[in-house]
Design a protein. Structure first.
Length: 411
């Protein structure tokens, strides 16, 4: 009970501090996820030992479910934050990023892991699949807030948000393919992947999520038309929808993370952007409150000893992944991405593809299903590297790009 109260006080204190210092933090090199991870590390078993998640039960299961809830709430926020019909209006750019960009990032990350760490190819591809998606939680710190809105164009922010919202769920079949090939005969694995994973777990997730979102939107309109709502709040409605879709999607054996994003998009289309300003404010506030605990928990569980055991190859891997996983792919695809076709903004888009909560979720899940802890160790190492690298560069790069654009337009 003492540890529970200490954990509650810790999370509440961090959220309060971040809220009180939101503007200075937004414009500094210290991001809230970095701060939360550092606090968890200091207070965890590798630090002063005040908190130890191993005493709370299955720590990895706790991290997996916390990450799933965090992703769900973040994806709902992204769906509500996008301009109406944005994914439909810019579907070509979205398809290019998801159908070409994400598989390329998966293969590059997997090959680099195999080459640098010398681990079996299937295991390396599984690690590459875990870290290939652009994380919506860390990306939100880049595309939201006053600094981003003042310096980065809306076309970039909306495209990055849409990509990070969709590819978290669509990374699921990429993660499942190596797992199936490692745990069952090859023919059976491919059949399972094509029929069960793609047709039901992915297709079913999109259909179920869109249906639940549409029904929730229609229900909101119906209730408002009859005056049944007393002081309606998008926070309570969208949070309830998120939890509903996460639960139903999991019970039906679908990709519940993708289902939430589909539900948010469908809900937003039906309600027609009502109370959008309130939705933006409450979703950003909820993102801060719900995302910081998962990084504190990650700090408490960080496998520092295993990271150090990788030695120089581990350092080389994270440097190569950060530089080569995304940037060359975006620069290659730039002609097919009108919102980020300019050289300057394509460089920003290529760099800011953070690895975060989604990678933690998939790395824990994959390690549990295969029994190979190197997946968790390598995947989590990439996450902490991304938290630091993208956290310290987000504000300076945004300011630099804003100055560059203002200078260019004034000439």
């Amino acid at each position: 009970m003492t540890e529970l109260n200490l954990a509650l006080a810790l999370v509440g204190g961090i959220v309060l501090l971040v809220g009180l210092l939101s503007q200075p933090l937004d414009r500094s090199w210290v991001s809230p996820p970095m701060l939360a991870f550092a606090v968890g590390t200091v207070l965890g078993p590798q630090g002063v030992g005040l908190l130890d998640p191993s005493y709370w039960g299955d720590a990895r299961l706790l991290l997996e479910e916390t990450a799933r809830l965090t992703l769900g709430i973040s994806l709902m926020g992204i769906a509500l934050r996008l301009p109406p019909r944005y994914p439909m209006a810019h579907w070509r750019s979205v398809v290019v990023l998801l159908a070409i960009g994400m598989p390329a990032m998966f293969l590059i990350s997997g090959w680099l892991t195999h080459w640098v760490l010398g681990i079996p190819l299937l295991t390396a591809l599984l690690i590459g699949a875990c870290i290939c998606a652009t994380d919506p939680v860390l990306a939100s710190s880049i595309v939201t807030g006053g600094l981003a809105k003042d310096n980065l164009p809306g076309s970039f922010r909306h495209l990055l948000s849409t990509e990070s919202g969709a590819n978290d769920g669509l990374a699921y079949p990429l993660v499942l393919l190596p797992i199936l090939l490692m745990t069952m005969p090859v023919t059976q694995a491919w059949t399972e992947w094509l029929v069960k994973v793609w047709a039901w777990e992915v297709g079913g997730a999109i259909g179920i999520g869109a249906l639940l979102g549409w029904l929730a939107g229609r229900g909101l309109n119906w209730s408002e038309d009859r005056g049944y709502l007393d002081q309606p709040s998008f926070l309570s409605l969208t949070l309830a929808l998120t939890v509903l879709v996460l639960g139903v999607g999991k019970l039906l054996g679908t990709d519940s993370i993708l289902a939430v994003f589909a539900a948010g998009l469908a809900f937003d289309q039906v309600v027609g952007g009502k109370e959008r300003s309130e939705a933006d404010n409450v979703q950003e506030a909820m993102n801060i409150f719900i995302t910081l605990p998962v990084f504190v928990l990650f700090g408490l569980m960080a496998p520092w000893r295993e990271w150090m055991a990788f030695g120089w190859p581990g350092l080389g891997l994270i440097v190569l992944v950060l530089l080569l996983r995304r940037l060359p792919v975006i620069l290659m695809l730039r002609p097919m991405l009108p919102p980020v076709r300019g050289r300057g903004i394509s460089l920003v888009m290529g760099w800011f593809g953070p690895i975060g909560v989604s990678a933690l979720f998939y790395a824990v899940m994959a390690a549990e299903r295969t029994g190979d802890d190197v997946i968790w160790h390598a995947g989590s190492l990439a996450v902490v590297a991304s938290i630091v690298a993208h956290g310290i560069t987000a504000a300076p790069f945004a300011k630099r790009y804003g100055r560059y654009e203002r200078r260019r337009q004034s000439q």
